[in-house]
Design a protein around this ligand. Structure first.
Ligand SMILES: Nc1nc2c(ncn2[C@@H]2O[C@H](COP(=O)(O)OP(=O)(O)OP(=O)(O)O)[C@@H](O)[C@H]2O)c(=O)[nH]1
Ligand SMILES: [Mg+2]
Ligand SMILES: [Zn+2]
Length: 343
């Protein structure tokens, strides 16, 4: 991904990771051998609801118990399987203590993000909505919201915004938050204001989610797990305190897991993140990810216009005319600069 040469330290880290990967393959081959010695049930379809290292929790497609709380089965993975993430549809077999996943079905969508080494990794599959959760505390960064929006647009998964902790909104930031939500509503994104604590707006949220498979994403501490706890009395997720010094979350959720809501719909709770790298995207794709830029792209005087200092730039003209907001144009530049710095 990056163009620079690898430092010694980076090369050592990559070699170490490769060694770990091959030891994981060995472990899986060993598990395979043990499994073929035990009796396995018939092949059936199921869905990955969580992943733990080299094992996954699978839910059968035909639930045997109540809709919300279904039995899940811890499974090993066959050595030759492609990567599995929460939301994947699979073929699997039940075992005595552990089952085994034998095939992954094709995905209708994937939410991907680059890892620390710039390698793009799927984090959830077969989702129809990316719900970006924000809150008055920790303070929302428009740039992080825009990064999620660009990634969602690029992967063709519809994003939406949830402003949680409405109970904490006071005069010091009411105007800022209202303007923030208004600006995204104007761009055509669905926005909901809720409070997991007081219940405000929660029935609208349940209604919104009921026909969808969604993934909750956003900074640590915005209340993704708290929202799930309020949406279903059967979900008891750990929630974290905000660190007093920084008003930041403490990364309570560590694994993405899928839950069923009482009125319908599935939600994947995901670990909070600080940064959402977009190193895998070219500047053109980033501009395409800003939906309101699209009508103007291709109309600049120069075909290779960088929308910077060039004369007769259609994008900059649109900013002057008020068709593109200055904040979003700045945010676009912020992302482009961060790409240059990382290269
Ligand atoms: N006042 C108020 N606090 C809330 C609300 N929702 C969540 N919180 C608090 O915010 C803190 C963080 O909530 P979590 O649900 O752990 O946040 P998270 O987004 O899941 O965080 P990670 O798992 O670290 O990504 C907890 O102390 C919650 O009690 C709300 O609607 N109002
Ligand atoms: Mg959480
Ligand atoms: Zn231009």
């Amino acid at each position: 991904m990056t163009k620079r040469h690898l430092t010694k330290q980076q090369r050592r880290r990559i070699e170490k990771n490769q060694a770990e990967n091959s030891s994981q393959v060995d472990a899986r081959q060993e598990a395979d051998k043990q499994l073929s010695a035990t009796t396995l049930g018939p092949e059936q379809n199921g869905r990955v609801i969580a992943r733990y290292g080299t094992q996954v929790d699978i839910e059968p497609d035909q639930p045997t118990s109540h809709q919300i709380h279904r039995d899940s089965h811890r499974c090993h993975l066959r050595a030759n399987l492609p990567n599995l993430v929460t939301g994947d549809q699979v073929t699997w077999q039940e075992g005595e203590t552990r089952g085994v996943v034998i095939a992954r079905h094709s995905r209708t969508s994937e939410l991907c993000r680059p890892d620390n080494r710039g390698k793009l990794r799927p984090v959830a599959a077969n989702i129809d909505r990316i719900a970006i959760v924000i809150a008055p505390y920790p303070e929302p960064h428009a740039n992080l919201i825009d990064r999620y929006l660009v990634a969602a647009e690029h992967q063709a998964i519809q994003p939406m915004l949830i402003l949680n902790k409405a109970d904490l909104i006071d005069d010091s930031h009411r105007l800022f938050l209202d303007q923030l939500l208004n600006s995204y509503t104007k761009l055509g994104y669905d926005c909901l204001k809720v409070s997991a604590h007081t219940g405000e707006g929660m029935s609208s949220l349940a209604d919104y989610l009921k026909t969808l498979t969604s993934v909750f994403v956003g900074q640590s501490g915005v209340g993704k797990s708290s929202l799930l706890n309020t949406l279903s009395p059967e979900i008891h997720l750990a929630v974290g305190e905000l660190s007093a010094a920084k008003a930041k979350g403490v990364h309570t959720t560590t694994t993405s897991r899928l839950f069923h809501l009482p009125n319908g719909g599935d939600v994947i709770d995901s670990p909070g993140i600080r940064e959402f790298g977009l190193w895998h995207l070219e500047p053109d794709s980033i501009a395409q990810g800003f939906v309101e830029f699209r009508p103007f792209l291709g109309s600049c005087k120069f075909r290779d216009c960088k929308h910077n200092q060039e004369p007769e730039c259609a994008l900059r003209q649109a900013v002057d005319d008020g068709a593109i907001g200055q904040e979003r144009f700045d945010s676009y530049w912020h992302i482009l600069h961060s790409l240059e710095q990382d290269q």
